[in-house]
Ligand binder design. Structure first.
Ligand SMILES: Nc1nc2c(c(=O)[nH]1)N[C@H]1C(S)=C(S)[C@@H](COP(=O)(O)OP(=O)(O)OC[C@H]3O[C@@H](n4cnc5c(=O)[nH]c(N)nc54)[C@H](O)[C@@H]3O)O[C@H]1N2
Ligand SMILES: Nc1nc2c(c(=O)[nH]1)N[C@H]1C(S)=C(S)[C@@H](COP(=O)(O)OP(=O)(O)OC[C@H]3O[C@@H](n4cnc5c(=O)[nH]c(N)nc54)[C@H](O)[C@@H]3O)O[C@H]1N2
Ligand code: SF4
Ligand SMILES: [Mo]
Length: 739
């Protein structure tokens, strides 16, 4: 194992290639892999410290069982037996909805979890499914689901070829990009300006991304939808010409003049605080540059208007003539995906069932994460009595965390699959630790669907896993909830999972359809059960060998032979065939969105003028779980409240003072940082901090606890179309703390 290893960083969406040096059985250096076909050597401080998570003495290496209120180490057999004992009576009571599932962000960075999530959900048979998606990108899924018929068909800005990028609510210099996979996003943005193009950033804060952009436009939090509607209205002029042949497969264009009529630049100014001249210049920039793209992220999504804003982003792309065209907003062609032969499909719907307590519509089989505490605390048939939390920290990442923790504490039984004993897993009766990221193989099943080039990279594990693989844990949990018992053999679930994927691919890929499944199965390779499924996906995929039918096509073995990845070139147009709406056309004006836009105007026009709280990310954090790495938390305190100098003067505060910040659900005290980087009336706190909870085992994070922003975020203001939480523009009251 000593020597050089190449692996894709699993921490954020950038998928950087890492060069990992192992000496005497330990990692002693991580650098960017300059030969990586996508990242070319780029990495950030988190990637260079990835081994510190593996080596962290606080990282769990054995299961933990809670006995008399304290977690003690246990064997895997004991842990699984305890889970069987805890869950079986609840299931035997007859209502499968009594068990809830929450899956967090790291599941999107782990192909085993992505594949086996389905296996577990099927075995659970519950409709109480929650994930970090509804505090994140769900609006984008819904907008694309309605416009293109497929919630996973999401356009990304063609960064390397665009000449005009309008970016809203994203700060990739810190986040390294999201729902747009592009390692070295800062470098790619600089390259746009360097080749004579223009980058325009819309953000209530002057971020580091705004610093490197050609233009920063400050916007009032929560108002992007209104401003985008004004930009779209201006883009109607000349749109037919720019669309050209594309108009043949777009419906709803004729309605837009009516829908957008009231959204003059002057009206937008009254709500968003952006001058009409600026709005007009942006519309002109998008229209006149043949290669222009609009991209919106967290700041644009996490509001009650998230889905509508997300729709308007792509409507602007469409009207600017940028959708599905080089340099515009294009769709990736991931290696494991399958090309459709013609447009048209089942389309996308929400609300096939409703949440029990609040009646929220299901979206992609999930309910809004903000309503999880309601479903746990509110008695009645279908009440959640036990939870399984996998790779998530809802006690810090969801709104109104005090109520979330109260709900977890009230459960009859809770399982956490996590590598740390943190704010969430401390509530669990049993914690199952999967291997560290250096002990597992890696392929970005989710993120290559959103990449700005068509690439594929598979990494073998650096070290052998000490315990079961994460898919073994999923398989065992599936067996237990299926009533097979803790002793049942995981290979049964592995075989079922493989055959389910093989069967689905066989039905979709003509070259596989006629062949006996046994023959296909016999050809599958892979080091782990999840890798074997991955092999099926790659071989059946658009570049695949179709199990021998395309001899030079891709297989998992071929990916393995390319440790720096395989580059399959720039993005290619995919419309209209990729469109899966029932009529096979792109819907420019889905009626649900048009109706919701009207409602939003009414609520925003009447909203009060109190200070509002927004978030912020820092390159050395990753949501809530990297604060136990010394190299990432040392130095200046980053969990501070940003306050504009004019507000600070009015509130009688100076740098380093303690402020009391109160919202409708909570209050906290935090150190003030006075800076003109945030707008007047807008204060900012990072999320994912607040590591002082008793019963956690996070030595370094405890010493750098910070405050928990989500204690202030109310769980009530959701985007009704996606169920997404509002995480920005939270009304707060800020005063100097008196001691
Ligand atoms: N106020 C506010 N709140 C926010 C946001 C915001 O911008 N503002 N952002 C939201 C967003 S975008 C997201 S995605 C969510 C994230 O919400 P969550 O996913 O709930 O939270 P994370 O902090 O990502 O927690 C990840 C957990 O997974 C564990 N983990 C790490 N690696 C693995 C692994 O390989 N396997 C398993 N099983 N566990 C692992 C970590 O120890 C940690 O406990 O937070 C959201 N919350
Ligand atoms: N270093 C680091 N990287 C990360 C993460 C992390 O926690 N730390 N988390 C990862 C995850 S899970 C995700 S989802 C991505 C998110 O990646 P990004 O979407 O780039 O997220 P942020 O960096 O939070 O940038 C959001 C920006 O929106 C601005 N904003 C707030 N409200 C509004 C508004 O109403 N309108 C507009 N236009 N802007 C607004 C904020 O000031 C902020 O600068 O990052 C990923 N990468
Ligand atoms: S930018 Fe993201 S993928 Fe790249 S090294 Fe940093 S954390 Fe890893
Ligand atoms: Mo996220």
């Amino acid at each position: 194992m000593d020597g050089e290893h190449f692996l894709t960083c699993p921490l954020c969406e950038a998928t950087c290639g890492l060069k990992v040096r192992v000496t005497d059985g330990r990692v002693d250096l991580i650098r960017g892999d300059e030969k990586d076909v996508f990242s070319g050597g780029f990495l950030c401080p988190k990637g260079s410290l990835l081994h510190k998570i593996h080596d962290d003495p606080d990282r769990l290496r054995t299961p933990m069982i809670k006995r008399d209120g304290k977690h003690v180490p246990a064997t895997w057999e004991e842990a699984y037996a305890a889970i069987e004992q805890g869950l079986t009576p609840i299931l035997e009571a007859g209502n499968r909805n009594a068990i809830g599932l929450y899956v967090g962000n790291p599941n999107a960075h782990n192909h085993a979890n992505a594949i086996y999530g389905r296996t577990l959900i099927q075995a659970l048979g519950t409709n109480q499914i929650y994930s970090a998606s509804t505090v994140d990108q769900m609006p984008k899924h819904v907008s694309c689901g309605m416009m293109f018929g497929d919630p996973d068909l999401i356009p990304v800005p063609d960064l390397d070829r665009t000449d005009y990028l309008l970016m809203l609510g994203a700060n990739p210099v810190e986040s390294n990009g999201s729902v747009c996979t592009a390692p070295d996003m800062p470098g790619r943005l600089k390259a746009i300006s360097a080749r004579g193009g223009r980058v325009v950033v819309v953000d209530p804060r002057r971020t580091r991304t705004a610093d490197l952009a050609d233009q920063h436009i400050a916007i009032r939090p929560g108002t992007d939808a209104i401003w985008l509607a004004a930009v779209a209205r201006l883009l109607l002029d000349g749109a037919a010409e720019r669309l050209g042949d594309q108009a043949e497969y777009v419906t709803g264009l004729d309605e837009l003049a009516d829908v957008l009529a009231g959204f003059t630049p002057e009206f937008a100014e009254s709500i968003c605080g952006i001058s009409p001249d600026v709005t007009k210049s942006v519309a002109t920039g998008l229209a006149d540059n043949e290669r222009s793209a609009v991209y919106g992220r967290i700041g644009t999504h996490t509001t009650t208007a998230g889905t509508v804003a997300s729709w308007l982003v792509d409507l602007c792309n469409l009207l600017a003539g940028s959708l599905d065209r080089p340099g515009g907003a294009m769709f990736s062609s991931a290696v494991h995906g399958i090309d459709r032969a013609e447009p048209g499909g089942r389309g996308f719907r929400i609300g096939r069932h409703q949440s029990r307590v609040k009646g929220y519509p299901e979206v992609r089989r999930e309910f809004p994460a903000v309503t999880l505490p309601d479903e746990i605390l509110e008695p009645g048939d279908g009440q959640i009595r036990a939870m399984i939390v996998i790779g998530g920290n809802p006690a810090r990442s969801l709104p109104d965390t005090a109520r979330m923790e109260q709900a977890f504490d009230s459960l009859e039984f809770m399982v956490s699959v996590d590598i740390f004993l943190n704010e969430t897993s401390r509530c669990a009766d049993v914690i199952l630790p999967p291997p560290s990221s250096l002990e597992r193989t890696h392929y970005d099943l989710a993120l290559y669907n959103l990449a700005v080039r068509n690439v594929a990279n598979y990494s073998p594990a650096v070290f052998e896993a000490e315990g079961p693989h994460e898919e073994d844990i999923f398989a065992k949990l599936a067996l237990i909830v299926a009533g097979q018992g803790a002793q049942a053999d995981v290979d049964v679930m592995h075989a079922l999972t493989l055959d389910a994927v093989l069967g689905a691919r066989q039905a979709a890929v003509p070259e596989m359809g006629e062949r006996p499944i046994d023959d296909l199965r016999a050809m599958v390779t892979g080091d782990t059960p999840a890798d074997r499924v991955l092999d099926v996906m790659v071989r059946a995929g658009r570049y695949g060998d179709r199990f021998g039918a395309v001899p030079d096509g891709l297989t998992l073995d071929k990916l393995k032979a390319h440790p720096h990845g395989i580059d399959l070139g720039p993005l290619q147009p995919r419309l209209p065939n990729a469109v899966q709406t029932p009529d096979g056309a792109v819907a420019a004006a889905p009626p649900e969105f048009v109706a919701r836009l009207k409602e939003i105007v009414e609520t925003l026009a009447t909203s009060a003028d109190s200070p509002v709280l927004i978030g912020r990310r820092d390159v050395r954090s990753n949501n809530s779980w990297l604060h136990n790495v010394k190299g990432l938390v040392k130095g200046k305190d980053r969990c501070t409240l940003w306050v504009n100098p004019l507000d600070a003067a009015e509130w009688g505060m100076t740098d380093g003072d303690t402020a009391l910040v109160a919202s409708s659900v909570g209050e906290l005290e935090v150190s003030v940082e006075v800076t003109d980087r945030t707008m007047v009336g807008v204060v900012s706190l990072p999320h994912g901090w607040g590591h002082d909870a008793p019963g956690t085992e996070l030595k370094i994070a405890n010493e750098h606890a910070g405050v928990n922003m989500n204690a202030l975020v109310p769980p009530t203001d959701i985007d009704p179309l996606s169920g997404n939480a509002t995480l920005t523009g939270i009304p707060v009251n800020v005063t100097a703390a008196v001691h």
